[in-house]
Design a protein around this ligand. Sequence first.
Ligand code: SF4
Ligand code: MG
Length: 298
Amino acid sequence: MNAPMQPNMHFHKVELKPKDYKNETTAFWCAGCGHYGVLTGLLRALSEIGVDPNYLVNVSGIGCSSRLPYFVQSYKMHTLHGRAGPVATGVQLARPDLAVVVTGGDGDGFSIGGGHMPHMARKNINMTYILMDNRVYGLTKGQVSPTSQQAMKASTTPYGGVEDGMDPVLYMLTYGATYVAQAFAGNAKLAAQLIKGGMEHKGFAFINLLSQCPSFNELDTAVTFRNACELVPEGHDTSDVSAAMLAVHKAKQEGRIASGLLYKTERPTLDQNMAQLVQNVGGHKDYDLRKIIDLSRP
Ligand code: SF4
Ligand code: MG
């Protein structure tokens, strides 16, 4: 029998203000970059939950967005391009008592790291993945990313693109993420609320924050994101994955972006299933990776 589901209330708690989660490194993004909003939302969420920074790990890959852990009072790993998810998976499995947050961009997550995303979702790794989706490669000065709109003109597509952009939210809903949400990064209140919900959720939480890049994406501006994002209607059934997909498709057909909590469900996480396995084969009460390794020895 699988272990009963519990929310992530095991976090080591402290009482800190959002500014206390900001470390001494000044955030260095371009003026007007949407990533400032993501940082604000995350700091607020950490404060509202009261996560002890000594038990917080912020993992990123490569990109403008992946600088974010530099600015947060936490343990951090700035890993290889596209590999934040697998590194964070290792952290989470080795230390299920830690709060694990990945912050990264659309290229990092869905191009270079695209092969990892479905597996983190289907395995239900207990972490929060915040996609800072500006629909462009910003760090390398403006190339199309997997989420770029076809009409976007970039250094690699001076006459506009020839491919339609993918939808990360539909992708995550399809592959079994157990918490899926979306918002405009400039709406720090909503972003904080959704990040808090994701961190308190036990399982793989995916939050798509639409974050403008004024330096290299003239199509997806703060104004267009703000105007397009519309909260799912009251009464939206967040336990129904089909309803979530329908809401995303319907909004898109009408030129809008479905925003808010789209889907939430519960099923055992990978670390819970592994703990159960250890218990089944070895009778160990507590999950401990070292015990699994010991058990595998002849
Ligand atoms: Fe932000 Fe774009 Fe500047 Fe990068 S290039 S810091 S994404 S505005
Ligand atoms: Mg990007």
